[in-house]
Design a binder for this molecule. Structure first.
Ligand SMILES: [Zn+2]
Ligand SMILES: [Zn+2]
Length: 229
């Protein structure tokens, strides 16, 4: 783990049985995110409120202190605890305009093993075990308070549009720290997201290049190791 200095803290969660491996999730908290509140970027899979709460306690915070949740995109590993946190803290939820439809629905993954077997290390059994598990995750319908139409700024937090993995994917730039969501994947080298997980792979590659070229010192991908430039 890289120690992120100052006001930025990473909670690393683990997702076992992810196509035959264990996938990590980097959930970011920023202490002076916006209006001096605690900002959270992405929230992990549903049912992890205890882990989030214990992590915050070590930082002398609790769930109630979360005032803004930035959602990079609608996938359940990013949005799983959004509604539960909002219920406790009343946090304002911020997402890209083009994620609205998917946030208000619970989508199923429709991927065929034959289309991914050359990319993934998983065998057929591991593949269907994972897609079946993912398709049974219930995160509830999410209605954001703010849907972003442009690259807005919230205090020290600057939104960067990074579509491709999903239509309305956003990333967050805080000083020289870039929180990239799934627009950058570092589980198999520093790469764009897996093609079969992209709504528009060409767009995803464009966004990847855009983010890599933004002036920053640290990139936090949601999956994989943190990148020090
Ligand atoms: Zn995703
Ligand atoms: Zn993800």
């Amino acid at each position: 783990m890289v120690m992120i200095s100052g006001n930025v803290h990473i909670l690393e969660m683990l997702e076992p049985d992810f196509f035959g491996t264990v996938l990590n999730h980097n959930i970011t908290f920023i202490e002076d995110g916006y209006k001096n509140g605690l900002a959270m970027i992405d929230t992990g899979l549903p049912g992890n409120m205890g882990i989030i709460s214990n992590f915050l306690k070590k930082l002398k915070y609790n769930i109630n202190d979360i005032s803004y949740i930035f959602i990079t995109h609608y996938h359940p590993d990013h949005t799983g605890n959004v509604n539960a946190i909002k219920e406790i803290s009343g946090a304002k939820i911020i997402a890209g305009e083009n994620e609205k439809e998917k946030l208000l629905n619970e989508d199923l993954f429709n991927i065929d093993y034959n289309d991914v077997k050359s990319t993934l290390n998983a065998n057929e059994e591991e593949f269907y075990k994972t897609t079946d598990r993912i398709n049974h995750i219930k995160r509830g319908k999410i209605n954001a308070d703010i849907y972003l139409k442009s690259e807005e700024t919230f205090g020290n937090i600057k939104i960067i549009n990074s579509p491709g993995h999903t239509k309305g994917h956003i990333s967050v730039l805080y000083n020289n720290i870039l929180i990239a969501g799934d627009a950058i994947n570092n589980t198999y080298g520093i790469k764009p997201p897996f093609k079969f997980f992209c709504e528009d792979y060409n767009e995803a590659v464009k966004s990847f290049n855009k983010l890599i070229n933004i002036k920053s010192k640290i990139i936090i991908p949601f999956h994989g190791e943190i990148i020090e430039k």
